[in-house]
Design a protein around this ligand. Structure first.
Ligand SMILES: [Zn+2]
Length: 199
């Protein structure tokens, strides 16, 4: 992106993030995890720190959002308009971040997915999700289409193997919840419980 385009984009991004933070604050979201411990990453999706610190396994699905936005937006509009496409990608991501924290979606997550303890993101986590999406978009741009698709598939597989959830599964479960998937995910929680049980 040329310098002439970078400055307006950064101004747009600052305003958009400020609006995201303000909206989430008005929605009653907390700034940071209630544990008040300032570690950056939380790797268990079953813990109360999930979606409350900066990075967690779902950060990778937000990175995937960026990959997908790149794949779709590259077919649209004049090629040099990277800044405009990035601005569109950020806008969609922020709208999703806000939607994800409405009581409607939170209830939906809690009732039909494994996210039983999901009470919405912290503001810090939500802004970090946006940065992951932005990073995903820029990464996709550097990688090109084929490697971006490959990276997307790899992230999906790694998430499925590690947390029994992924962007695809997340979308399926939100729209058409399948009992078979839910049972498989819950079995993962049971396994974890057995592993953590004192002997
Ligand atoms: Zn915490």
């Amino acid at each position: 992106m040329s310098r002439a385009r970078l400055v307006p984009f950064l101004i747009f991004l600052s305003c958009a993030v400020a609006l995201q933070i303000l909206t989430m604050w008005l929605m009653g979201r907390v700034w940071w995890c209630g544990c008040n411990e300032f570690f950056i990453a939380s790797w268990s999706i079953w813990s109360r720190h999930n979606s409350q610190h900066l990075i967690d396994p779902y950060s990778f699905s937000h990175l995937s959002h960026g990959l997908i936005f790149f794949l779709f937006l590259r077919w649209w509009g004049p090629r040099p308009n990277v800044d405009l496409k990035l601005a569109i990608a950020c806008t969609i991501e922020i709208v999703w971040e806000i939607a994800e924290n409405t009581s409607f979606i939170i209830e939906r997550y809690r009732s039909v997915t494994i996210s039983l303890d999901y009470f919405g993101d912290s503001i810090a986590n939500s802004v970090a999700d946006l940065i992951c999406c932005l990073a995903g978009y820029l990464l996709a741009q550097a990688l090109g289409v084929r490697r971006t698709i490959l990276l997307f598939i790899m992230i999906e597989i790694v998430l499925l193997l590690t947390i029994r959830d992924s962007l695809t599964i997340n979308v399926i479960m939100l729209l058409w919840p399948l009992q078979s998937i839910l049972r498989w995910q819950q079995a993962g929680l049971l396994e974890l419980g057995t592993m953590l049980m004192p002997t």
